[in-house]
Design a protein around this ligand. Sequence first.
Ligand code: CA2
Length: 150
Amino acid sequence: MNILVVHGPNLNLLGMREPGIYGTFTLERINGAIAELAAELGCTVSFVQSNSEGSLVDAIQQASGGFDGILINPAAYTHTSVAIRDALAAVALPVVEVHLSNIHRREEFRHHSFIAPVAVGQISGFGPDSYLLGVRALFNHIKKEIVTQA
Ligand code: CA2
């Protein structure tokens, strides 16, 4: 099983700015923890981070064929991007949306997600654990899909 982990804009700054909101873990450390969990579960993970909407759309389109599911923190594009939502819908892979912070207890403009309606589910508010919970949720979801297809 192959999972693509997609990080949106500014997440490359994790651990360097705004630790009060986003914590002290760097993106590299989060990716390391995801890779460790994936090895335990017996699946492989690839990572992409971009600050540009078009590059994220390209990465999602290219996931078709090579991956069984997508874990995504679309960051600010969560609240603005019809293009990323359409790419996720088009690629037709199971998607889990994750957020470090609880977007529902923050500013009103963060409460709406364009991504949630095309995702299997959303995990929000658990810091780096959101990613790890998301990997487990996506892994279990894909496994169930494989069993029901058999
Ligand atoms: O809580 C999350 O994971 C978010 O997706 C993070 C986004 C924000 O726009 C979403 O509403 C919720 C922002 C990511 C920016 O990350 C930074 C990290 C360090 C310093 C500055 C920004």
